[in-house]
Design a protein around this ligand. Structure first.
Ligand SMILES: *[C@@H]1O[C@H](CO)[C@@H](O)[C@H](O)[C@H]1NC(C)=O
Length: 275
């Protein structure tokens, strides 16, 4: 068992396990939601050398979003049994300081046999002033979407799901990339929704940006059961004060190889990314 674990570590550049069960991961995301609601990081079992990043900055857990109670209205999680990782989207519209948070969690083996520890958490925390931010709008639209389990015989391979998400990100800075958009397809960008007026149409198509760029530092969580991929990335161009890339995430649902939903959360240096 030692060799596969080491290989997995090298591939993920983090001390994650080669694989773990859906039940284990669901327990972790449930604990994460409780910990964030309470503002009590102690509800999570952290590894001794765990890392915590918030909007790409190393942060002391107690000083970050997780150290402050949050009125969470809605949460949605995906679980990657192959990478032993999970992702949670939190919508907190009724909080006095409304937030939408995308969090990626990597797990590692704990002290006891079979136990998992949180090895790394990275969150993109969006608040008022961030790109198209509107937690009320986010809550309204996310609640209407259907992200249920895809029947086993219709599930896409993780490579297909990830490739659909990658094509979407690639298309921003390269108009020559074909993106497998479905019909319907809707994008929730901050709190703005493309699918409100024409819910049966593909309203996701993103024209190429006025300049070429590459979206780098992509970090993935893939859930074949939900047809979902979360892609943390550095988004160049959009933030006038951070042309090299601002913290951004896309959560994408793929059905029959085609993109059905996109949720984007992007952090801005200055209100509205200075645009
Ligand atoms: C936020 O979204 C809600 C629900 O769609 C909408 O009623 C409200 O006007 C929006 N607020 C802003 C500032 O755009």
């Amino acid at each position: 068992m030692i060799l596969p674990s080491l290989l997995a570590c090298a591939a993920l550049a983090s001390p994650a396990l080669a694989a773990c069960s859906r039940e284990q991961l669901e327990a972790v995301t449930a604990a994460y939601v409780k910990a964030q609601a309470a503002g009590d990081p102690g509800l999570l079992a952290f590894a001794a050398d765990a890392s915590y990043l918030e909007n790409d900055k190393v942060t002391a857990v107690a000083d970050g979003a997780l150290g402050r109670a949050l009125a969470i209205d809605f949460d949605r999680s995906i679980h990657d049994t192959t990478a032993c990782a999970a992702f949670t989207e939190l919508t907190a519209a009724s909080d006095p300081d409304p937030r939408v948070i995308h969090t990626r969690i990597l797990l590692a083996e704990g002290g006891e046999a079979g136990a998992l520890r949180v090895a790394a958490i990275e969150s993109v925390v969006a608040r008022t002033g961030d790109w198209a931010f509107n937690a009320t709008g986010h809550l309204y639209w996310t609640r209407q979407e259907a992200w249920g389990a895809i029947p086993a015989e219709r599930r896409d391979a993780r490579e297909v799901i990830q490739a659909a998400g990658d094509a979407y990100l690639d298309s921003w800075g390269d108009g020559g990339v074909t993106v497998p958009y479905g019909t319907p397809c809707a994008r929730l960008e901050g709190g703005a929704y493309t699918g409100g007026r024409a819910p049966a149409a593909n309203t996701c198509t993103m024209p190429a940006f006025p300049e070429q760029f590459t979206v780098g530092n992509r970090r993935y969580v893939v859930d074949e059961e939900l047809g979902a991929v979360s892609i943390f990335n550095d988004f160049p161009f959009i933030d006038a004060d951070k042309p090299e890339g601002t913290p951004s995430t896309n959560l994408i649902r793929v059905e029959d190889g085609k993109i059905r939903y996109i949720h984007e959360v992007t952090v801005c240096t200055n209100p509205g990314c200075g645009r």
